[in-house]
Design a protein around this ligand. Sequence first.
Ligand SMILES: Cc1ncc(COP(=O)(O)O)c(C=O)c1O
Length: 404
Amino acid sequence: MDFRFSDSLRNMKPSEIRELLKYASTKGFISFGGGMPNPASFPMEDLRKIMEDVLSDYGSLALQYGNTVGLNDLRTEIKRLVKETENISSSESEIIVTSGSQQGLYELAKIFVNPGDTVITEEPTYIGAISAFDANLAEMHSIPIDDNGIKTDLVEAEVKKLISQNKKPKFIYIIPTFQNPTGITLSLERRKHLVEISSRYEIPLVEDNPYGELRYSGKKIASLRSLDPSGQVIYMGTFSKVMCPGLRMGYTIGPEDFIAKANLLKQALDLSSSTFSQYVAWLYLKRDIIKKQIPKTIELYRKKRDTMLTALEQHFPEGSTWSKPDGGMFLWASVDKKINTTDMLKDAVREGVAYVSGNAFSPARVQGNSMRLNFTFSGENEILTGIERLAGLIEKKLTVSPPS
Ligand SMILES: Cc1ncc(COP(=O)(O)O)c(C=O)c1O
């Protein structure tokens, strides 16, 4: 049969990361590609106990359908969590539980975007956000970042330009802390400027914060939502990096009229997130297990970050640059402009090492000589070997085609 598919997926391409996962299990293969937490960070024993308790004490509820907006007790705990960690004030009615924050991103786009509507993102930005926005036929306008995050003067200029063309952006999407893919953190000054832009031009500001708690150095910077006295910033969080991704637990906090739309949409998407996972996340927070787990994860990841930074320093050829993130799971390396990292990936995979090439994160397709390197998944020896392999490959490419 000749299927007549809808237009909505026409911009979407298969994810390079998912393709790479196929190789990740080959013996000796080193992948800096996936965005996976290290399984050693999973609170296995605590979760075993929690799951037993959920089944014995709440089984008949936890295995049943649940509220679309999410378990009330869990939303109360999320309210406490974001107050303690990000100084975010909220009420339960401003919180919706999502099946991972990826679902939150899809809902965000579906709620705001008509085909062809504009949205503003960082350049580069999270690949899953690109998918969610593409699937809803958004026109992405990506604004460059530097060591202090997105250049907010350029955001404002773009907003003005789009408004003058009658194409006012539907929202501004930002990962302010330990950004995926670069690991870069937005400065306080620029955070304030973004909140100002959002309020002056009445454009919703969306803060996606999966990595905020994974800080290895430097000082915490106020969240966008805590800087916005009007409480209009839409904030997304997830348990994927501070508990485990397999339970698919995330949440969105936003104004009640936005949450009401998200609730309606979620009825069409999955009726509710896994009730069982919600009970588990609830006890994980209520028993404060998250508070003892995060420092362990930080210890584990800090060493890995430092190992990768040292290896890059020792092995990457002159002319390469890379970010030095204070937290999160990734760093961003750029090599001589003559090298196309998408083309080089096939050779890298042959050499037994993988990364994700820069353009996968680039709405404007302008990151051709960059790559995202995950430092949390591999062991420290693997990190050293993998960076050496990559450096060797880059050197080889530069010998064939020397830098100008
Ligand atoms: C910036 C960002 N947002 C959202 C997500 C989705 O996370 P999850 O759906 O596991 O909560 C990720 C995952 O890597 C991410 O890096």
